[in-house]
Design a protein around this ligand. Structure first.
Ligand code: AMP
Length: 273
């Protein structure tokens, strides 16, 4: 595995490889969710590139940027064991200069739900993703459905800016008790972790109701809120794939999302129907 820390090193590493490139952008503290993306990229491409970069522009003032888990040694080992060919591990000066051009998320889809709780977050996400896409020039890029709104906005950016890359969406990987894997789960105390299970439990309830032919989103939302009590819920939303609110579930075009705090840890989860 080649470790590239600068744009020049990355280009040299990629120029030494032949064939299709599959790319998995991450912020590190790698877990089985990330590994699943890497394994999928490994199966579908000749060359696999992973980036690890905790992107400061997607954190708002007061968010956990400085506390965000960093696990360099373990992450390098995981990448090596997963068959990664090139690990891109830049520092902030490689990725950003002063007074730069940046990407602006769309006014509505970029500023609802996650974007309402974290205004400007998706501007930072799209900007760093654009930079990484231009650096790696991959054939396929792999993202988790766990970050559904992020995935939707990146897909929209690729369409709107006529970018030549295929976005591959990968199902959310969970613990056996339902908790969606997340780098932020390390912040959860034992009690928080029990509370955190309410997110996936509420989504299971939503799925169950839909299987029982319930379609009215208000009824599904209320049933979810009952399960989520007494968590500090930021939102429960039922939207179509374009992230527009809907009053009736349409199978094949619906995402049910939840964001809530377990203790002081902010968690998100969703289910695609
Ligand atoms: P992050 O390091 O949190 O920025 O995540 C990097 C990529 O891994 C993103 O595309 C995430 O959506 C994806 N990811 C994170 N957690 C999971 C999970 N539990 N299952 C599948 N993909 C995930």
């Amino acid at each position: 595995m080649i470790i590239a820390r600068t744009a020049v090193e990355l280009r040299a590493a990629l120029d030494s490889k032949m064939g299709s490139v599959g790319f998995v952008p991450t912020m590190g503290a790698l877990h089985i969710g990330h590994r699943t993306l890497i394994e999928r990229a490994r199966v579908e491409n000749d060359v696999v590139v992973v980036s690890i970069f905790v992107n400061p522009t997607q954190f708002l003032p007061g968010e956990d940027l400085s506390k965000y888990p960093r696990r360099e040694d373990a992450d390098f080992k995981i990448c090596k064991l997963s068959g990664v060919d090139v690990l891109f591990y830049p520092d902030v000066n490689t990725m950003y200069g002063k007074d730069e051009v940046s990407i602006k998320a769309p006014d509505i889809r970029g500023y609802i739900l996650e974007g309402a709780s974290r205004p400007g977050h998706f501007d930072g996400v799209l900007t760093v993703v654009m930079k990484l896409f231009n650096l790696v020039r991959a054939s396929r890029v792999y993202f988790g459905k766990k970050d559904a709104q992020q995935l939707s906005l990146i897909t929209q950016m690729v369409e709107n800016l006529f970018m030549q890359v295929e976005i591959v969406a990968v199902d959310t990987v969970r613990e056996s008790d339902g908790l969606a894997l997340s780098s932020r789960n390390v912040y959860l105390s034992q009690e928080d972790r029990v509370e955190a299970l309410k997110l996936s439990a509420s989504l299971k309830r939503a799925t169950h109701l839909v299987m029982q032919e319930v379609r009215e989103t208000k009824a599904i939302r209320n049933a979810m809120m009952d399960i989520l009590q007494p968590l500090n819920v930021e939102y429960v939303a039922i939207v179509n794939r374009r992230f527009e609110a809907i009053s009736e579930v349409i199978i094949g075009d619906t995402i049910v999302l939840v964001a809530a705090r377990a203790g002081s840890t902010r968690l998100i989860d969703n289910v695609w129907m």
